[in-house]
Design a protein around this ligand. Structure first.
Ligand code: SAM
Length: 296
């Protein structure tokens, strides 16, 4: 281990991981378990969607980190008799090793220590989680690079993915200021192209920034306001089917985006804040989420 990670205590007493190299905490608001539960498990309606699913339900866990999102989901889905394929991505195993080694203090890994050890050792683990059959895989790779290698164009027909397309995505990278490579428009275009058009898929993330929302829209997603989680009064949900979004962004959001000084998607891995370019503004106005709606 390089020693990048340390434990920190939040004001509500929960402990979480802090990365010295990014200068950021994971789940800094309510702590790992509470935030994962609200932002990813409940907001994505995971229990209901898994219950209704007839085959394997596939979750892409982007930014595995210390596995708080993954383990909170596993705990919430235990009593559902179904099949879950959990595919976690990270470019380092260090936070997971750190979380496994500090299970007692973090609390949320409790009961999953053997699965974490096998995942770390072999990159995959299959087990029965209560009544749920789980196959958990860890793709140790740079996510943008992995997408670029496996999604050869921005159209689904030319994808060469060896992994099943997701039904749900946890998108939990560090912030665009510290981790811009994970928030560029090309990354989200590839991610959208990796979805199966006929398979409804929803993604949640903690950010509510105009820049991230315009990026998701331009990549092809429908986008809506997401639940509050402690420090954030709103988060974001995106999906390839509008019916998965309870509160879609409307014309009021678009008007504000047009006036914002930080709304233009990042074309590359550098966090530069700019207002929308005329081309982007036009593309947003013509997006199927807004097209035909009266201006405010
Ligand atoms: C906020 S933390 C994730 C917390 C995690 N979801 C959890 O529940 O514990 C962000 C994670 O994104 C990972 N990450 C950053 N850049 C990445 C990249 N280029 N490819 C894949 N993962 C990356 C970091 O290593 C870190 O573990």
């Amino acid at each position: 281990m390089s020693g990048d990670y340390q434990l920190v205590q939040l004001s509500n007493g929960a402990k979480t991981l802090f990365s010295a190299s990014y200068g950021e905490k994971m789940h800094p608001g309510l702590g790992p378990q509470a935030e994962a539960e609200l932002l990813y498990v409940r907001q994505l309606n995971l229990c209901e969607r898994l219950q209704k699913s007839t085959g394997e339900f596939v979750v892409w866990d982007v930014g595995l980190g210390g596995a708080a999102n993954a383990l909170t989901a596993l705990r919430a889905l235990r009593e559902i008799p179904g099949e879950l394929r959990l595919i976690s991505f990270d470019n380092t195993a260090e936070p997971l090793e750190f979380a496994a080694a500090n299970s007692g203090q973090l609390k949320y890994p409790a009961g999953y220590e053997t699965q974490l050890a096998e995942l770390l050792q072999t990159g995959r683990v299959a087990f029965l989680n209560g009544r749920l059959k789980v196959e958990w895989q860890f793709v140790l790779a740079d996510f943008p690079g992995w997408l670029a290698a496996h999604v050869k164009s921005d159209t689904i027909s030319e994808n060469r993915l060896r992994l099943p397309a997701p039904d749900a995505i946890f998108y939990d990278a560090f912030s665009p200021a510290k981790n811009p490579a994970m928030w560029t428009l090309p990354v989200f275009r590839k991610l959208f192209a990796a979805l199966e058009p006929a398979k409804p898929c929803a993604l949640t993330t903690y950010s509510r920034s105009t820049l991230i929302r315009s990026t998701l829209l331009l990549a092809g997603f429908y986008v809506g306001a997401g639940h509050a989680t402690g420090m954030k009064e709103e988060t974001t949900i995106a999906a390839n089917k509008s019916e998965l979004i309870a509160e879609p962004l409307g014309m009021r959001w678009l008007e504000r985006a047009m006036r914002s000084d930080s709304a233009e998607p990042l074309p590359e891995a550098a966090c530069v804040r700019k207002p929308l370019s005329p081309d982007t503004a036009r593309a947003l106005e013509n997006h199927r989420q807004f097209a035909g709606k009266p201006a405010i």
